[in-house]
Design a protein around this ligand. Structure first.
Ligand SMILES: Cc1cc2nc3c(=O)[nH]c(=O)nc-3n(C[C@H](O)[C@H](O)[C@H](O)COP(=O)(O)O)c2cc1C
Length: 148
């Protein structure tokens, strides 16, 4: 089965707590992703998510469809969906990364996801200005190296 890497940014629902992200999203996701041979990372700050999903195309697409429909975030903005046989998060069913103060990733995510996205848009769409391929690669490298 061919593998893909998919990445998106989204807007975190206003009342979603950090604890709820870890307990109610990341922990169940780890179990399900493991079954589906999906690995990846979920970065979040107070307003946004950036998620990378990697694994068999069918598994990733199926989980992504559930994620897009999930009301715990909005404005899901697809930034990459491409064949990729290499995994950056091979040891993580879903690595949670909470943004730290002055987190350089936050500024990089902002550049991928213009703040002009209208609220409550529910359908995934291509980013209006396609990010340079190097931008996501740099973020993935930082996320893979972070303590998690
Ligand atoms: C930001 C965000 C990231 C998520 N990431 C994953 C994930 O990596 N894997 C997963 O199975 N569910 C993830 N979910 C949860 C799915 O939206 C959905 O609730 C879950 O897949 C439902 O699984 P079930 O129908 O098997 O219970 C995520 C949800 C949100 C809001």
């Amino acid at each position: 089965m061919p593998q893909i890497r998919l990445a998106y940014v989204s807007r975190r629902a206003p009342h979603l707590t950090d604890d709820a992200i870890v307990d109610d999203i990341v922990l169940p996701a780890m179990a399900k992703n493991r079954r589906l041979e999906i690995t990846g990372c979920l970065w979040f700050d107070q307003r946004r998510f950036l998620q990378v999903l990697e694994g068999p195309a069918e598994s990733v697409e199926g989980v992504f469809a559930s994620i897009v429909a999930d009301s715990r975030h909005t404005d899901v903005d697809l930034i990459r969906r491409a064949p990729d046989e290499q995994r950056s998060f091979a040891r993580w069913a879903m690595k949670p990364v909470r943004a730290g103060e002055g987190d350089p990733i936050g500024a990089m995510v902002a550049s991928l996801s213009p703040e002009s996205i209208p609220p409550r848009r529910r359908r995934p769409r291509e980013a209006p200005t396609p990010p340079t391929p190097g931008a996501l690669t740099r973020i993935v490298r930082l996320l893979a190296a972070s303590a998690g």
